[in-house]
Structures are given as structure tokens and as C-alpha cells.
Design a protein around this ligand. Sequence first.
Ligand code: NAI
Ligand code: MG
Length: 808
Amino acid sequence: MTTIREAFETMAWGPAPESAAAAQAWLDKHSSVLGHFINGAWCAPADGARLATVNPANGVEIAQVAQGSAQDVDAAVAAARAAQPGWWALGGHVRARWLYALAREVQRNSRLFAVVESLDNGKPIRESRDIDIPLVARHFYHHAGWAQLMDTELPGYGPVGVVGQIIPWNFPLLMLAWKIAPALAMGNTVVMKPAEFTPLTALVFAECCANVGLPAGVVNVVTGDGKTGAALVDHADVDKIAFTGSTEVGRIIRVATAGSGKKLSLELGGKSPFLVFDDADLDSVVEGVVDAIWFNQGQVCCAGSRILAQESIAPRLVEKIRARMETLRIGDPLDKAVDIGAIIAPVQLEKIRGLVQQGIAEGATCWQPSWSVPKEGYFFPPTLFTDVTPTATVAQVEIFGPVVVLMTFRTPAEAVELANNTRYGLAASVWSENLNTALDIAPQLKAGTVWVNCTNMFDAASGFGGYRESGFGREGGKEGLWEYVRSVRPAAREASAGVRVAPATGTPAAAPQLAEASAARAAASAPSIDRTPKLYIGGKQVRPDSGYSLPVLDAAGTRVAEVGHGNRKDIRNAVEAAHKAAEGWTKATAHARAQIIYYLAENLAVRESEFAARLCALCACAPGFAEREVRTSVQRAFSYAAWADKYDGRVHATPYRNVTLAMNEPIGVLGLVAPTEAPLLGFLSLVLPSVAMGNTVVAVPSERWPLLATDLYQVLDTSDVPGGVINIVTGPRKDLAPVLAAHDDVDGIWFYGPRVEAAAVEKLSAGNMKRTHVAWDAVDWLDPHHGEGEEFLREATQVKNIWVPYGA
Ligand code: NAI
Ligand code: MG
């Protein structure tokens, strides 16, 4: 028996358990056996297979759920397909009302959701009740608004169709909301596959859909493990896959969907840096560390798991963190006074233990609190590593548990280097009382979210997603909507208008008599066979490594020139040159980039007739057509010069005392494989938006008509384009595209060519999870609705959200 005096002195808190009665009642109603939710109704798994879900706090089974088979997935996709046209046809306002109704229903059931979430996942009720579930409701409200505004804010866009969504176990209902809300708002229907460890709140949500009377088939939930997920990924009638989970599975999905035409967004792992400068408020920093790595037991994709502390304050910070670790409370997730709950499953617990052992074995110092964790259930104590080298396993691998490493730095430059020394790029925090320091560092960090003097802040109005191997695509904010729409442009004009669509093999597409006519004109205007253009790397014309060249034929089949036969080595050199140039080009102002592109347009315009003659000589095209292609190229350069300083970001209205700056940043080094057709305009239509946004590029021109690109060398030289910003490697597309796609220092690849080759490009891109943009249908490059615009700018950028709090 504790006396009042003792209680007062220790300030120890008694248990304050939340009742599980409502959750139990819900389980009892279903006899603790749950099916899939397909076409608005519960249904048993076709093959009767089941799996158990367990309470991580005590290891006891909570319920049996269906283990979805390919047949179940098929039924769910069919229901979603049937429902989709009707759901879209309802219009934005009616969909907004449905999303609003779902938000209200989530709020009405918020306590049930919170308790079921904590039971199934092991997270503290304080987090599920105060963070997860309110954010879920917020997502549905926010996206009700986007449904309402879709017509006016996203004109020319329609739904993707049927979306397969696969989510992890760390934020079961929140990840469901992040995926379902934007999908429904934009007129899609969904098949949701929750994680095998945490299927329950998705099923409570399914019941909410039924309760509000959501049209059948709009939301389908199929439970099961990775095999169920794979069946959804492989389903031929799914138009898009949205995935959150491990980078390993993300990579499998990237490969599985390659060449399928399915849209793909991936939100993957992280090893996010947490930078502490010597002028930071260390007490705030300590609470930040608690949030960064002990929130949800550290099972957070954006967990701040690498503390980088400036050398002078590091010892003091370590002392403060260790003291704070002592006071953290671990235990029953349903206890309202508990800070740290249970780890999801024995397999994760073992993984964490193994990595901690490895950390110790590799020589780091391991700090844990003096108290021990509950014996029952899957618990792991908060853990801090010091004396960690940047290459140590614990400094590189995503532990996905309550384990943080601390390293030191001396200068801001060193801090940035250490922070970016990871294959991931999901998030980062910067702690400094000096706003100049914080806002100088934030843009230098390769991460999709940067939190200044705060951490793990989320909101529906702000995008969230990765750079690098943390995946691509955004969830939340206007930037997140693009993942769930497709442009519905006016149909492409007929090829008879003179568009050169590349046939698979053989001669150009134009009619034979036209070919003859222009061949005759070509004879008169063709430049003589006097030189073999080399490659263009680092602003210099260089001989191909192979020492070989390839013939270029004109429309009549006559050899008019030779171009360099580029190979793997040339691509590597070009990538290196592009990297060297990147630093200066990214730092150049948008105004400066615009000026250079205008200058390029001006120099191209001066040589319009020369380029037109070249086009005529090479490709059979209708009279006047070549001139149009060159003129349009000049106009396109003007367009992107104009866009350079106008494709700007946003300030999101997140509901805290802060500004959230959504900045469009370049992706880095882009590999561009230009279409065969429109050898000048198609080439420039890829290069110009890329460099306008601050990327540097390695471009492979039209294989058949590369001279239009090699003729640009002088134009580039005379337009002040810095060496290495635009590199051009001629040669066989089949050889060069795979090298670019597989290259670990290429950050994104665009490919215009046959579908089989596009599939190979997407597959190879999985190596470093580079961004891809591939197209195999012919594009009418002359038409500005098809050949230019914001869609290209979106492909050339990634959004970084920087959260800056205010308040004195
Ligand atoms: P996971 O990536 O295997 O699971 C995520 C989801 O993908 C689950 O719904 C799962 O059923 C599904 N899935 C698994 N294999 C699939 C496949 N071949 N095709 C389609 N869907 C598939 O993650 P897991 O095994 O639960 O955790 C392993 C590690 O992944 C963790 O230790 C952690 O490091 C990381 N992880 C990262 C998350 C993040 O948010 N970044 C979330 C969960 C795990
Ligand atoms: Mg569970």
C-alpha cells in the first residue's frame, strides 16, 4: 500500500486502462471470425483458408480472418470494376458527400477504432486515440474537399480506374485512410489489402462503409498475407497499385508491374536523420527524440533513427536522452499512461534483437534504461547507440524498432554529408534555434519531408513520400492527387497529318510518293557527308569508347552520315559528367536557367531552315512539316523557359502553428531515351522540361535519326548551357537504355519506345528504385496538349515538404 506521501514523492502513476468492452462486443458480433468485404457484403474465403491475428501485448489470438486467395482477389477486383463507372458518374459533389459521411462515421466510432487498433497492433492507446484515428478522420474530410473541387482544380483529368492498395501493420487504419480517401475522391474504386498482422480496423472500416450505405463495390477489403498482396499486384484488371511497406517488397512489386502499364506509387523504408546543431534547444530536442524514435515503438517508416549531433553538445545531449529514457513507461498498450507499447510480432522482435547484438559486436556502445520490460508479450526497451561509425550496420539498416544511433559532426557541410549518406530519403529533422541555419540545411537534405524543430508531423494537406529508395509518389496534399488520376486529353491527331510514327521495323510511315518527293528535295538540300558527329559529354565532343560509328540513312536509304556508336562506358562517363554539373545547375536560379533556355531557342531559331532541311533529308515528310517541327521546337523551348520560374510550390494549410512549404525540387540526374519519331521535337520535349527544373541529363537521341540531336551540339555550345548539363550519347537504344535504367547514379529515367523495351527499363530501375516514366504509344509531339506541359514538369520534379513551426 502506497502512502500519499510516497505517491507524492515518486509521482508514480497508477494504471489507467482503457476498456476493451466495445472492441470485444464487435468481435463477439462476428464470433471472432471475419471474412472479406466484397461488393458491399461479408464473404467467406473461397477456399476456406484462415489466419489468426494476435494481440502483441500478450500473444493471445484475437480473431480469425480470411486468408485471401487469387479467387477472392478476383471477386473483389470484379466488384470494384463494376462499381467504378457509376462511382465516377456520381460527380465530385456527390462523392464529396460520401467522403464526408465516412469521416463522420470514423469520428462516431473513434473509440472503437482506437481500442481495436491498440489491441491488434500493440501501440499505446494514447497514440491510436490522439494521433492515428483523428488523422484518419481528417484525411476523409480533407479529401471530401478535393472530390468537390476536382472539376475546377484538376480539369482534364479523370480517375485511373480500379486501384489495388497494399498497406503495412504499423499504422493500419491511418495507411488505409491515406490510400482510400484520395482514391475515392478522384473517382476510383479500391481493393484494399491490409497487413496480415493487423487486419481488424480495416474490417471495422468496411463495416462503416456498409453503415453509411456507400455504394457496393466502391471499397472492397481482402485480408491475407503477402501471397494475397501478390495476387492483387498481378491481377490484369487492376489499373494502379499503391503500396506502403518494406523496400524489399516494393522492389518485387516494381519488377512485377514492369511493362504492365499499371500506375505505381511506393512508400518504402527509411533511415531518417535527426540533425541537432549546437544552438538547438536541447530540452525540446530530447522530447523530439522521444517522438522521433519511441513513437509507435520506432516502427515508423520516417522514424528519426539517426541522431547527428554537433560535437560540442553531443555529450550533454546523450546525458539528457539517457535520463529521459529512464522515465519512459512501457507496458499494456491499453493503459492510458503508457508511452511505449508492444512490438508487432516475434519475427520483428527477433530482427530488432539481432541488429542490436550486431551493433554491440561491431563496437558501438549500447544504452538501455535500468528497468526491464514486461515478460509477457513482445516488448523491447528504448535503446540508444553511441560510438557508432557511419558505415556500421546499425547506422545503415532500417531497424524498425525503438533503437536510435547517435553520431557527431563538426560543420554544417559534414552534417549534410552524413545525413545524405543513406540509400533512403523519406524524412529528416533539423534542430536549430537559428532559422537561417535550418532553412539553409533543409533544401540540401535528400528527403521528401523535412521537419524544422519538430518531427513526425503529418497532415492530409501536406504531401508525404520519399526520395531515392524510399519510393516515389506522394500521399496527401494536392501533390498526392496525381497518383490517382489520368489525363483525359483530346485524342491524338491522325498520323496522316504528317506525324512520323515509328513503325516497328522498316521504312518511315509516310506514303511512298511523299518519300520520293522529299528525297528529291533532300538531294538538293542535304549537307554533304563530311563529318561523323561524336558524342557530347561534359560540354565536349568526345569520341565513342568503342571507336566505332553507325551509319545514318536518309529517306531514300542512302548513307548520309555516321554517328558515334555509344556504349556502356560512354553512358558511365556521361552520368559522371551530369553529376559534376548538377551542383552548379541545381543552385542556378530559375531565372538563370530560363535565360539559358531562351538563348537556346534563339540560336535554334537562327538555324531553323538548316534543321528543317536536315529533317527533310532524313525523314520522308509532307512539305512544310519539317518547318513546323523546328518552329514548334523553338516554341517549346520558350514554353519551358517560361515555366522555369513559374512551376513553383505551395504553402500548405496544415492545422498547426507552422508553415508547410511544398517545394518542387529536381530529381537529379535523368536518363532520357528519346522517341524515334520527331527526332528534334521529341528529343527536346524530354530534355527541356528536365533541365528547366534543374536536372542534368544523359539523353539518347532517336536511334534512326540522331543527326537532329547531334546538330544541336553547336547550339548548346553557343547558348551558354554549362558543360555536363545536357549530355548526348548516340547509339542503339536497345543497348543504351538498359545501362541507364540499371545505373545506380541515375535518379530517374524516361523512356519512349516499344513496350518490351519499356518493360525491361522498368524492371532494371528497381535496382536503386529510380523514378520511371515510360510510354510506348506514339505521341503527337506537335500538339501542345500531348507534347508539353505540367505533366512533364511533374515527371521532372519531386516535392519536398518543409515544416517550419512558428510562435515565440
Ligand atoms: P512487408 O513489406 O512484407 O509488408 C507490407 C505489406 O505488403 C503487407 O500487407 C504484406 O502482406 C504485403 N506483401 C508482402 N509481400 C508481398 C508481395 N510479394 N506482393 C504484394 N504484397 C506483399 O513488411 P513486413 O514483412 O511486414 O515487415 C518487414 C520489414 O519491412 C520491417 O522490419 C520494416 O523494416 C519494413 N517495413 C517498413 C514499413 C514502412 O512503412 N516503410 C512498414 C512495414 C514494414
Ligand atoms: Mg495483430
